[in-house]
Design a binder for this molecule. Structure first.
Ligand code: SAH
Length: 293
């Protein structure tokens, strides 16, 4: 599968890390401005240079200024895209705990990541989160939901259900900021656990174990994953091996929806009396690296 496309600068409001009790005052060293490369324009575009050139070719100089600005904007977008791809790769190649430490040390990283993420998503013909929202709406509004790796908490904003939104950082006090391998949710307390493109860490099985812990018996486990990560033809994992591992965790596979071009959806149900198999053979999920556009 061709990886997603590059972001259109997002319009999200600024987020800080650490919702609710986990929020911390950022230290001065943790403040991050725009990427350093974007801080100053290249010498040839400085106003001083343009001023010196103004004279005989003053008329020509005006459109040049306009072109220069748009070039700077393009450069900035490119650098932001690069920063997003770097963070994306980081999230896919470290553990959840390392990701949590990394993001909490610099609250702005979450904004950089999600601006880039939203831009990538804007090129997908269908958003997996919308499919999950429709599924939830067509079921039971009294179900309690845990949205693991909620991002902008889109699920919570669009359904009537009680939703525990969980992510590494947030300035939204309703979002629980933590490594989702260890949430503060009570055991057997939720009816639905969602992972929408969020099985990113190298220890992703721990996230599913945590979902198993907090799900009630017969609760739903809904997973949307990037298609290429589960496509053996492109170096991805065998989707049957992935399902088998989750079945061994104590679930039944109810249905699989592979009709979308960019992602694959799994609907599992926790068994009434589930028993976890020891030494589950979890397949490795390769990182989803986004292409520079
Ligand atoms: N589910 C959202 C966002 C997907 S992006 C949506 O579909 O719109 C993946 C999200 O998972 C990111 O917000 C990232 O911060 C979060 N995430 C990745 N690893 C995490 C971890 N260990 N703990 C909590 N959140 C994590």
């Amino acid at each position: 599968m061709e990886p997603p496309t590059e972001p259109a600068a997002g319009s999200r409001k600024r987020r800080r890390r650490g919702g609710g009790k986990n929020r911390r005052k950022p230290s001065s060293s943790s403040q991050q401005a725009a990427p350093p490369e974007a801080a100053s324009p290249p010498p040839s575009s400085s106003p001083a240079k343009r001023g010196r050139k103004a004279g005989a070719d003053q008329v020509a100089a005006k459109p040049k200024r306009g072109n220069t600005m748009s070039l700077l904007e393009k450069m900035h977008a490119r650098l932001s895209g690069g920063h997003f791809r770097m963070l994306n790769e980081k999230l896919y190649t470290c553990s959840g705990q390392d990701a949590f430490d990394y993001f909490k040390d610099d609250p702005n990283l979450f904004d950089v990541y999600h601006t880039g993420y939203q831009e990538q998503m804007s090129h997908w013909p269908e958003q997996p989160v919308n499919v999950i929202i429709s599924w939830l709406k067509s079921h039971n509004a009294s179900w309690t939901v845990a949205d693991f790796g909620c991002g902008n908490a889109t699920v919570d904003k669009n359904v009537k259900n009680k939703v525990f939104s969980i992510d590494l950082v947030s300035d939204d006090p309703s979002v629980i900021a933590c490594d989702m391998a260890h949430t503060p949710l009570e055991p057997s307390s939720v009816d639905v656990a969602i992972f929408c493109l969020s099985l990113m860490g190298t220890n992703y099985p721990n996230y599913l174990e945590e979902a198993n812990r907090v799900l009630k018996p017969s609760g739903w486990l809904v997973i949307a994953e990037v298609r290429s990560r589960l496509d053996p033809n492109t170096g991805g994992a065998d989707p049957d091996k992935f399902s088998k591992a989750i079945i061994q965790l104590g679930f039944s596979l109810v249905s699989k929806d592979a009709k979308n071009k960019m992602f694959i959806l799994f609907y599992f149900k926790k068994k009434e009396k589930s028993k976890v198999v020891k030494n589950i053979d979890w397949p490795q999920l390769k990182p989803c690296l986004y292409k520079r556009r």
